[in-house]
Design a protein around this ligand. Sequence first.
Ligand code: AMP
Length: 395
Amino acid sequence: MKTIQDIDFKGKKAIIRVDFNVPLDENFKVTDTTRIEAAKPTIIKILEDGGAVILMSHLGRPKGVEEKYSLKHIVETVSEIIGVSVKFATDCVGEVAEAAVADLKMGEVLLLENLRFYAEEEKGDVAFAQKLAKLGDVYVNDAFGTAHRAHASTTIVAQFFPEAKCFGALLAQEIISLKKILEEGEKPVLAVLGGSKVSSKITIIENILDKVDHLIIGGGMSFTFVKALGGKIGNSICEDDKQELALDILKQAKAKGVTVHIPVDVVAADAFSNDANTQICDINSIPDGWQGLDAGPKSVELFDKVVNQCKTILWNGPLGVFEMESFANGTIELGNSIAKATKNGTFSLVGGGDSVAAVKQFGFEDKVSYVSTGGGAMLESLEGKVLPGIEAILK
Ligand code: AMP
């Protein structure tokens, strides 16, 4: 795996695909700088080597050129974060971009305009990728968030740099962290899968069964399993057409020696509302008119025991409707358990959409080993897919 550490960038102009798809407020101020900060180590390494940096990214989902999606809005923030005054090119290809690159001196940073102002970007257009490739001597991919897309700047462009291409520090870190879970995880390995639907996680479950010793199935997803096993789930969320599949997963797990843990009790509510009446129920006997919206105290205790006996943990998906305060406890307690295990030497990775949001919201970000930056890219990696953006560098 070739990374920025394997290249001396002295005298080179490096074109880096970063993920600067950051949220902006109504005054076009960046409201969350995490993604820009995450790209900093790669940019600094290249500048310190004596190279020049050309940054390319998308922002939002523009339909053609739309001023509100211009990357000019973030130039100041990027400059502040990396500590270098960043230049801006009002186009990402063609004469304007080429002139800006020609003017660029070593030690300087140039940000190109939004890649998605061209439909060719998402189409993975080869001619467009070639125009991007013309701008740099070396191609660096540091955008995990888009690595699952075969877009011009994330994948296709790499073919024009047969030798001079590598992973940025952030993307390398994502790959290494995933490897620590899926290939080199110290045993026992645990996956905690929560969230609302079995159907959206099925490929992950099937892939992960070969890698883990323990599997916790929590959140809304668990009710399909409970019902399939003959439990009474009241009005809890359930995918009836996935009951067979749930039983099959349990059979496969048994055959593979994976211990599956399902909640034993729930916080049930008489409405899908933060102010609903609640009661703690055994998971197999939720009354009609009531729905399980969070893991109950016995489940929390059970999961804590499992978490603390494992040396490698993957967490994807909340254990309850954590967006509502009344049903956030199970997710928070799981976070506490994982934080405690991490402190004791366990490697923990949190990845994929809602669990990342939960980890940030409840302040566990610095208490787990790694929080992935890529939602869809992380999910596809967990499904066992080789991401095109990663493959393009490895080729
Ligand atoms: P996913 O996108 O599949 O990871 O699911 C995340 C969503 O699942 C979150 O918005 C949670 O509110 C929701 N969720 C978790 N547990 C439950 C539950 N018991 N009932 C309904 N929704 C749930």
